[in-house]
Write a protein that binds this ligand. Structure first.
Ligand SMILES: Cc1ncc(COP(=O)(O)O)c(C=O)c1O
Length: 398
């Protein structure tokens, strides 16, 4: 019955179908005004995001990559300065540091949450001579323990910048929102995010009025007033058309987060019934060779920008191929940790230096989790995975 079902990793057309009239009207509104650069749509979105993220200020920019770059620039990170960040993240986190001539100092992850591990950050800090900031990433939509990071930042005398690109609206263990506690929060509106633009867009949050001012100048080539350049910035404005689209989407974000959570629960339930444990139990402990995400505890919430399972390394790639054959899209976030990337060879890391991230890169697989997934699609994914792993695990034992 489910054999003809197709499940793309993400289906943005399904989302557009549900909000088409509102989106088309918003785009038409911008076309009528012909105000494409900055203007009221951008400032309204900035106010709405600041309020949504519980931050005093929000400053739009051209992408999440520019958000992390602008954050580093606003903090005056420069040549030979050191910034600690996870190795298991999207390239932009470390790219923003390296582009300024600064040194990304990589820390390993906690295999339970896939977020950067505080102990590893401490170790990295002990090797630093010019540590200027720490940039944890709230990976997959779940925040790090911000209280612990803020305490460490205070102890070391450095700011904590939140790379919250994947985590808009998620709450930490104190119930506080991503991007509301670090000196700057960086968000991406890449189309695959829980709230995605129709192109590139990003935003920064801060509670510091001076930093807000500096960021808003930096994104305009450092000029204020126009043509008078106080500092060297870049052209990184958030497009008015994207702002209008994002304002519509922001009205739906709570329902979309909820839809993703319900899908995650459906996956968790089906996989647990087959014998899977959560990522709190290492694969080496045995049992059914599948681990589901460890759900957040206490006041923390997960927005499931990604739902990532874990299976033994050799099986992961075969499973992925099998899912593709069954018309199920998946992705690997991320196949190569940043300390092993060719462009960072000059930093001198070796295989085995950050072992948890290296294992995660071999064993993790992101499944379709978008809120418009139907029950039939969810069942096709879980049935296909459970059947494949069941057979494969038996074959391995035999
Ligand atoms: C953790 C992280 N940081 C930064 C970025 C960069 O965002 P963008 O793709 O909008 O440039 C992303 C985007 O995927 C991300 O996941």
């Amino acid at each position: 019955m489910t054999s003809e079902v197709t499940v793309p990793l993400l289906d943005l057309r399904a989302q557009y179908a549900t909000i088409k009239a509102q989106i088309d009207k918003a785009i038409q509104g911008v076309l009528e005004t012909q105000r494409f650069i900055m203007g009221p749509e951008v400032s309204s979105l900035e106010e709405e995001i600041a309020s949504y993220c519980d931050a005093r200020f929000a400053i739009g920019c051209a992408s999440g990559s520019d958000a992390v770059l602008l954050a580093m620039m606003a903090l005056d990170i420069g040549p030979r300065d050191e910034v600690i960040c996870p190795t298991y993240t999207f390239f932009a986190t470390a790219g923003s540091i390296a582009r300024l001539g600064a040194v990304p100092v990589f820390a390993d992850i906690d295999p339970e949450t896939y977020n950067v591990d505080l102990g590893s950050v401490r170790q990295a800090a002990s090797r630093c001579k010019r540590l200027k900031a720490i940039m944890p990433v709230h990976l997959y939509g779940q925040t790090v323990d911000m209280s612990a990071y803020l305490a460490l930042g205070e102890e070391l005398g450095v700011p904590i910048v939140e790379d919250a690109a994947q985590a808009i609206g998620s709450r930490d263990s104190d119930g506080k929102l991503a991007g509301s506690r670090g000196v700057i929060g960086c968000f991406s509106f890449f189309p695959s995010k829980n709230i995605g633009a129709y192109g590139d867009a990003g935003i920064l949050t801060t509670n510091d009025a001076d930093l807000a001012e500096r960021l808003s100048i930096l994104r305009l080539h450092g000029s204020k007033p126009k043509y008078y350049h106080k500092i060297i910035g870049l052209n990184s404005r958030l497009d008015a058309l994207q702002a209008a689209i994002l304002r519509v989407k922001l009205r739906h974000i709570a329902a979309w987060h909820e839809g993703r959570r319900e899908n995650a629960e459906a996956y968790d339930g089906a996989f647990a019934a087959a014998g899977a444990a959560t990522s709190a139990v290492p694969l080496t402990a045995g049992g059914f060779p599948l681990r589901t995400p460890q759900p957040p505890s206490g006041q923390a919430t997960h927005i499931y920008n990604q739902y990532v399972i874990r299976v033994p390394g050799p099986m992961r790639d075969e499973l992925r191929q099998h899912l593709q054959d069954q018309r199920i899209g998946t992705e690997i976030y991320y196949p190569v940790p940043l300390h092993m990337q060719e462009c960072f060879a000059y930093l001198g890391y070796a295989q085995g230096d950050l072992g948890e991230s290296e294992s995660a890169a071999r064993e993790t697989l992101a499944l379709p989790i978008y809120p418009e997934l139907t029950d039939q699609q969810l069942a096709h994914v879980t049935d296909t995975i459970v059947a494949y792993i069941g057979e494969h695990a038996c074959a391995t034992k035999a």
